[in-house]
Design a binder for this molecule. Structure first.
Ligand code: SF4
Length: 64
């Protein structure tokens, strides 16, 4: 499957628009994984807007 990041960023639900990884899922996932975090698109819209990508915030966001 061809990477669509150069064609469109519309699929990205992250609202941090200044990020240069936005729309490039491979780089986004790798970046947050290496920090022990979770990409913004997996949070609820409200949780995403906190910009706290920690696992603890993810659990709190989804009431886990
Ligand atoms: S989740 Fe993080 S790395 Fe991914 S686009 Fe948003 S701010 Fe950038």
């Amino acid at each position: 499957m061809e990477c669509i990041s150069t064609e469109s960023r519309k699929h990205c639900t992250c609202t941090y628009t200044d990020c240069n990884r936005r729309g490039n899922c491979c780089k986004c996932i790798t970046y947050h994984q290496q920090k022990g975090e979770i990409p913004g698109c997996l949070f609820t819209p409200e949780g995403e807007r906190t910009y706290d990508r920690s696992r603890s915030n993810f659990a709190k966001d989804w009431n886990l």
